[in-house]
Structure formats: C-alpha cells, structure tokens
Design a protein around this ligand. Structure first.
Ligand code: ADP
Ligand code: ZN
Ligand code: ZN
Length: 808
C-alpha cells in the first residue's frame, strides 16, 4: 500500500539522457504514487511512460509540469530490480530509462491510443475565444471539452462527430496536440478463452442473482476448481457474461488462463550418477547456506546437465525460494518447457518471446504474485519478478543469444550473476563448451568448477572424422558438395531407418550472385553486404536490412551478361540431397523455412517422430535437441566461420562443431560425425573433432593473452554511424581527438571502418577499446557519452557495446 502523500516525484523516462525528470502531482495522484510504478507524463510535445524512482516534497528550482496518469497501483519494479537496472545502466553505459523499460514485458495490458490535449497557446486562445464566440461552433466545442481534460481521439469523435475539420485546424494552429498514450487494460476484459473462472473463497451470501448467474454458481459449486471460460460456455448458457458480473459481485474470481504448453516427451526421473550427485550436493549446499556462489557446470553433451538443474531447482523450492532458468532463444521449445511442467506443475511460468504480449504479461503477473516460483525464460527472463530468489541456472551459458544486440546491450548471463549476488542466491552456468571467460573465471576460482566428464550410462562420445575436401577434389576431380564418405554414410542410415542431421555453417555462406567478367558481387543498396540468392522466390535478399531485388540479367557494374551463382545455401544442399537420395524424406530448418518459433517446433517434432530421414539446417539445429535416433551428423563446410574478422571466430567454430557433434548418438546406437573442411589443420577444427575442450581452451587462452583480448582485458566497441558518410567521418574523428592519446591502462584502436562499413543505409566507423581495468574503461565510455550528449549528436549516432560478442 502506498504510504503518505507527496507533492512531486522523480521519473526515469525512456530517453537517451542520464537524468530524472521531476513532475508535480495532481491531487488525485498524491496518495497513490509509489517508487517502481509507471507514470504517464508530458514530455516536450509528447507523452511518455516512465518509472517513478522517488516521491518527495522538495520543491524543485524550476517550474514543473503535472503528471498525467498512474498506470500501476502497486510497483512493477521492486527495490531489487531497480538496483539491477541501475547497475545495467552504469555498466553498459545505457540510459536508465531505456533499461527500465526493457525490464518490463507488460506492453500488452497497455492499450495504445491517441489523446488530444490543449497546448499552452491553446489554453490562452481558449480563454479568449470562449468569451466571445458562438457556443455551437465546433472549434469552441472542442476547446471547451479539452479545457477540462485531455480526451481520447475515439471519445472526441463520438462526442463531436462533426468536429473533424475543427480538430485539424486547431492542430495546424498549434492549439491542440495529439499524443500516442498508453492506458492500462482491464485484465477482466480479456476474451473468454484467455480467462479461467473459479468460485471465490468466501462469496457474499444473500445476493440477488439472475438466472445465468445462478446457473453458473451452481455449476461451479458442483465442479470445484477453475474452468476455462470459453469451454464453460458449451455447458453453461451465457457463462461468459454471468462470470463477469459475478466477478464484480465477488462471487467468482476471474484469472488469466495460464499458457497451454504442449507437453513434450515425459522425462523419467533418474537417480543421479556420482558426477551429477557431486554437482548437485555442492550447489544445494550453497543454496541451503543462502550463499552467493557461481558454479560452472561443465558437462559434455549428453552428460545429464538438465537432470542436475531440475534437482537443484527442487532444493531451492524446498527452501521456499524461487528459481530462474535461462535458456537460449531457440532452445525454449514446448518440449523443453514440458519437462519442467512434468516436474513442477503449475508452479512453472514460461517467458517466451513467441508468446503474445497478453500471454507474456499473464505469466509475468503469476510470477510477481508468487504463484509461479519456477521461471523458464530466454534472455530477458533474468528480469522476472520472482520472490525470494534462490537459484539462477543459465543453460548453454556460452550462447550468443544471451547478449542483447540492441540497447541496452546487456548479457543475460552476466546480469544473472549480478542479480544473484544481490539476492544471496546461487548461479549455475551450464555448458559443454563454456565460454573462454567463464572457464577462465573457474580457473581463477571466481567460479566453482563442477564437471560431468562422461555421457550418461557410459554411452560413448560420437566418433568424429575429418574429411579434407581439398584431397577429395584431387581424387574425384569434382567440386562436390558432399564427400563420398558422407554420401555413403547417409545411404547407410537410410537403409537402417536411422536419422541424419546435415549442418551448414551459414554465416556468410549462402548463395550469392557474382559476375564472371569483373568479379563484382551483387550487394545491398543500404549495406555493404553481399545479397543472398533465394531461389524459391527468385530474388536477391539482404539478411540485415531486408532489402530485396530481382535477379539482375546483367552485371550492375560492367553490364556483362555472364553472371552466375556462387556459394551454397541450405536450399541448394537440400536439392542436392534430393538428387542423391530421391526417396529420402528431407526437412530443412533455417531462417527462410522458419518464420515463427512454433513452426520451428513443428519441423523438429516431426523429425523427432520420424517423419523425416534427414534434417538440413543452419546453426539453429546445433542447439541441445535430444533426438535418440540420430546416428549421423554431417557438417558440410566447417570452415566458413573461421574467416570472419572477429577474435571469437575460432571459439565460435569450436563451439558450433562440438555442439552439433553432440547431437549424434544420444540413443542406444553410437553416433558418428563427419566434418568436411578445407582447413583440417586449424586448431579449432582439429580440437572440435577430437572433442578436446581442454586443449582448445589452452590454445585459445594463449592467443587471447598475447593479443590482450578478453578475458585478459575488458573490451568495448564504440561505433559511430550516420546516413551521410562525411558526417560519420567527422564524428569519428572528433571522438578520435577526445580519445587520443588514450588514458592510462587503455588501448584504443581506431577510428577505423567497421567490418561492415555500411549497414541499413548508415556509414559506420568504430573504435575498439581494450582496458586493463574495468573502472578505467567505464570512465572512458561515460566520457564518450557525455561528449556526444554535449555536442548534440543524434540519439542513434553512438553505439557503445560493452563486452561485445561480435564486432560487425
Ligand atoms: P545434456 O544437457 O548434458 O546434454 P541431458 O540432460 O539432455 O544432457 O541428458 C541426456 C539424457 O540422459 C536425457 O535423456 C536424460 O533423461 C538422461 N539422463 C540424465 N541423467 C540420467 C541418469 N542419472 N540416469 C539415466 N539417464 C539420465
Ligand atoms: Zn561485371
Ligand atoms: Zn541491406
């Protein structure tokens, strides 16, 4: 409950500056405001929604405007989450208001609409005009109505159907403004299929009810528990209307429907093996001791990490604390969520980006109310408003999808650790291929290392074979997509009724159009990137900005007609497989075949159920799916990622190959992996083939130490972008002057053209900052931000990426 009454409050707004804004509170709001609630306020000519950070009576030195509306009657961000937001804003150099906005998945219950209100000029004019004009003039009517309070466009249109012209002319004169605002939606106005109805605990007696109301109450008395309102309508006439009126009378309660998740394969509960047991014992001891501790659970593919997570979550729940499990974007499938439902029932909430806004905010409310104490979510799930946090598990902690590639550019894994620390909770980072940083932290005993060195039930690790495609070419004299060995192996699986996964390392490896005469590659109008050929819709497409064009009939540079298709997309691989195995059933999984998460799920399920023999795909198929009948994994082109201008290229290639190899032989039949490469001697490929993480780690760590890359420095990428090349160059040289000579403990490279010099119609220059001290890095970045604010750079001109994962 709000305490006290205040005259003012300080609000954090989603604007790119580092300050709070003070608003005065109208009488109606003074008793209701609370820190952590959202407030609608005027800002310049706009209306914005911000988060209240302080309520007070300190009269500010400057005139304040009145706040407009309070959205939440109780705070949506508690002190713990507000503190986390402040940390993110500081560490990632992001505006606090934008951070806080990103922490709230509640867009759904906010209804967007247009609202008209008077400007100051309009108010003056109204005073004049209202004195000496005819009352039936629509202009006067509009002014009179708006003088009392702002009105929604819908309301105004209904009240004054003929005032359309008047409104337009008042707007032109600058007397009134229209604003996009957000108002809270009554959850009980949700459609019936999204609501559950239940008898209230202590319904008032002696109420006069109408017939449908009596019928519904009688039904609920005979059938205790909650019922989906839509389904009830089949049994009880007018149930929907009756339920809503009964809810108002306090006879029943209406609650949002929990999201229906198709249960995946039910997992039996397993007795833990000794390695699992040891991991579990240590983690649960830390949870019991309410000690902040970060564990790195390094377990090879198929070693039973999930079973450890489930047990640890159980011990957090047993201690009356809640648990958060973060999983990579693509891995959060119903099948995966199903495991948690089987184990924890309706205490589970799922935060999934494929859900509608309404679904998501329902889940969010269940968590906040304490009904759900196990949360499974993707990156932003780290902000779930759980109570009494005891454990955060970050599965596949090395995964790139934990990093948000837009403002605020936080890494969910790292935020998880900071959040846990504040809550005296434990963190478990799980992976078969931990990031160099995490493994290094374990080595330095910042994290506690727990290892699961073998697969469950002594199932063998898959056998990996490298095929040197240069040799293959010499022997066959053919530029083939598949080696003879891979073809033979796929053929054998088909004969045995076993399944195959074929992976293409897609990054920069799709089919494109080039000119034989001049060598030109057809590239995007807005980005300096080669366009990808999409055979099915006969178009060239930019994967970054969505630009599309028809396949040209002549070279855009030299007009030669000798243009041809190069490279190899998954579409082409699928086609070639069809040619080699005409009767095989082949499915393809990549960004083109999959538009929504649910579609992705369908294809995977069908593959799991055996409707396909071969699954062709990109990175998407490498993530932790457990499909026992897959006994062969073929990697068509292991090398492609290695050529990227990025110090993490080797690590990423190693992780991808190890992970995809781990898909093979998870059932009773041992698996084999065939990796085709033209760099069989590259350490990332060799060591992935040997499944030798330790060797890779040592080698890569040495390289990072030599080059002062993370974990041996704190790094940030500072990018400057503008539509005009001159502007981008000028800004980057201005920054260059500011940054040079670099302060002590810092190394700054740049300004240089970014690896992708032009993207989405903007020219890009960048500075790479390596720092021996985090503090020095942060100070420098704050100076950069201050500089750009001072010089009034556009809001999007500067991008600061702390701990960047990619340098594109
Ligand atoms: P990881 O996530 O480490 O790749 P999973 O957690 O998916 O491995 O486990 C692989 C398989 O082993 C799953 O089918 C799981 O049900 C099974 N499993 C896990 N722990 C045990 C155990 N202690 N005994 C038997 N089977 C287990
Ligand atoms: Zn040409
Ligand atoms: Zn583009």
């Amino acid at each position: 409950m709000p305490e006290g009454s205040y005259l003012y409050c300080d609000v954090s707004l989603p604007v790119p500056v580092d300050q709070l804004f003070t608003y005065s509170l109208p009488l109606t709001l003074r008793h209701r405001v609370q820190t952590g609630s959202r407030l609608v306020v005027p800002f310049g000519s706009r209306t914005l929604t911000g988060v209240i950070l302080r309520c007070h009576d300190d009269r500010p030195g400057i005139a304040t405007r009145d706040a407009l509306r309070l959205i939440d009657s109780s705070p949506v961000l508690d002190a713990e989450l507000l503190a986390l937001g402040r940390w993110i804003a500081g560490y990632y150099c992001a505006p606090l208001g934008e951070v806080l906005r990103g922490m709230l998945p509640l867009a759904a219950e906010i209804r967007k609409g247009k609202v008209w209100s008077l400007t100051d000029a309009g108010r003056d004019a109204a005073r004049q005009l209202l004195l000496d004009s005819a009352a039936d003039d629509p202009v006067i009517q509009v002014l009179r109505m708006l003088e009392k309070r702002p009105l929604s466009a819908a309301y105004l249109a209904k009240a004054l159907p003929l005032a359309d012209k008047a409104i337009k002319s008042l707007e032109r004169k600058g007397f009134i403004v229209v604003e996009q605002v957000q108002t809270e939606r009554d959850p009980l106005r949700a459609p019936s299929e999204r609501l559950r109805v239940e008898l209230a605990e202590a319904p008032p007696a002696d109420l006069r009810l109408n017939k449908p109301e009596r019928e519904l109450r009688a039904f609920l008395e005979l059938h205790p528990g909650s019922h989906n309102l839509k389904e009830l309508e089949d049994t009880v006439r007018n149930a929907s209307i009756a339920a809503r009126s009964l809810a108002r009378k306090g006879v029943v309660t209406l609650k949002p429907e929990t999201v229906a998740i198709a249960a995946g394969p039910v997992r039996a509960r397993h007795a833990l093996n000794p390695a699992q047991q040891n991991a579990y014992d240590q983690i649960s001891a830390a949870i019991a001791a309410k000690r902040f501790q970060t564990f790195l659970l390094h377990g090879v593919t198929g070693s039973g990490k999930t079973e450890v997570y489930l047990n640890c979550i159980e011990s957090a729940l047993a201690a009356d604390r809640s648990a958060l499990l973060l999983v990579p974007e693509i891995a959060l499938t119903p099948a995966m969520a199903g495991q948690f439902f089987t184990r924890f029932g309706d205490r589970v909430a799922i935060l999934h980006s494929a859900f509608t806004d309404v679904e998501r905010s329902d889940q969010w409310r269940r968590i906040r109310s304490g009904v759900a104490s196990v949360v499974v979510g993707t990156r932003s799930g780290v902000f779930a408003p759980v109570r009494n946090l005891g454990l955060i598990v970050v599965d596949e902690e090395h995964d790139g999808s934990y990093k948000q590639e837009e403002n605020p550019r936080y890494n969910g894994r790292d935020v998880a650790i900071v959040r846990a620390q504040a809550a005296n909770a434990c963190v478990v980072l799980g992976s078969a291929t931990p990031s160099l940083e995490s493994r290094y932290n374990a080595e330095r005993e910042k994290y506690s290392l727990l290892e699961l060195p073998a697969r469950i039930e002594e199932r063998p690790m898959p056998t990996v074979e490298l095929i040197d495609m240069r040799q293959e070419f010499l022997e066959t004299r053919q530029q083939a997509t598949f080696s003879r060995k891979l073809i033979e192996a796929i053929g054998a699986r088909l004969e045995n009724g076993e399944q195959t996964i074929v992976l293409l390392n897609r990054r920069g490896f799709s089919s494109f159009v080039a000119c034989r005469a001049c060598g030109e590659r057809v590239s995007c109008m807005n980005c300096s990137l080669t366009l990808t050929h999409h055979k099915r819709d006969r178009r060239l497409l930019c994967h970054y900005c969505g630009y599309a064009e028809k396949i040209p009939s002549a070279c855009p540079k030299c007009q030669s007609e000798h243009i041809y298709f190069l490279g190899l997309g998954s579409e082409k691989v699928e086609e070639e497989l069809h040619r080699a195995f005409p009767t095989a059933r082949i499915a393809r999984l990549d960004r083109d075949t999959v538009t929504g998460k649910r579609q992705y799920e369908t294809i995977l399920n069908e593959f799991r159920e055996g409707s396909f023999d071969i699954l062709v795909g990109t990175q998407m198929i490498a993530k932790g799916h457990d499909i026992p009948n897959v006994t062969l994994v073929g990697v068509v082109s292991a090398d492609i990622g290695l050529g990227m201008p990025d110090f993490r290229a080797a690590e990423r290639t190693f992780q991808l190959l190890t992970q995809v190899a781990g898909r093979a032989g998870r059932g009773n039949v041992p698996g084999i992996v065939i990796i085709q490469t033209i760099n069989p001697d590259h350490y990332a490929i060799r060591m992935a083939a040997a499944q030798d993480y330790a060797a890779f780690y040592q080698k890569e760590l040495h390289f990072r130490r030599m080059m002062l890359y993370p974990p041996f420095s704190a790094m940030a990428n500072v990018l400057v972008r503008a539509e005009k090349k001159e502007a981008a160059m000028r800004m980057s040289s201005e920054l260059g002057l500011l940054l040079n000579p670099p302060p002590e403990k810092l190394k700054i490279m740049g300004p240089a053209e970014a690896p992708v010099p032009r993207l989405k119609n903007e020219y890009r220059y960048q500075f790479l900052v390596k720092a021996a001290s985090r503090k020095a890095l942060n100070e420098l970045l704050q100076r950069v931000r201050a500089f750009t604010l001072e010089h009034k750079w556009g809001a999007t001109a500067l991008v600061i990426d702390v701990d960047p994962l990619t340098l594109m």
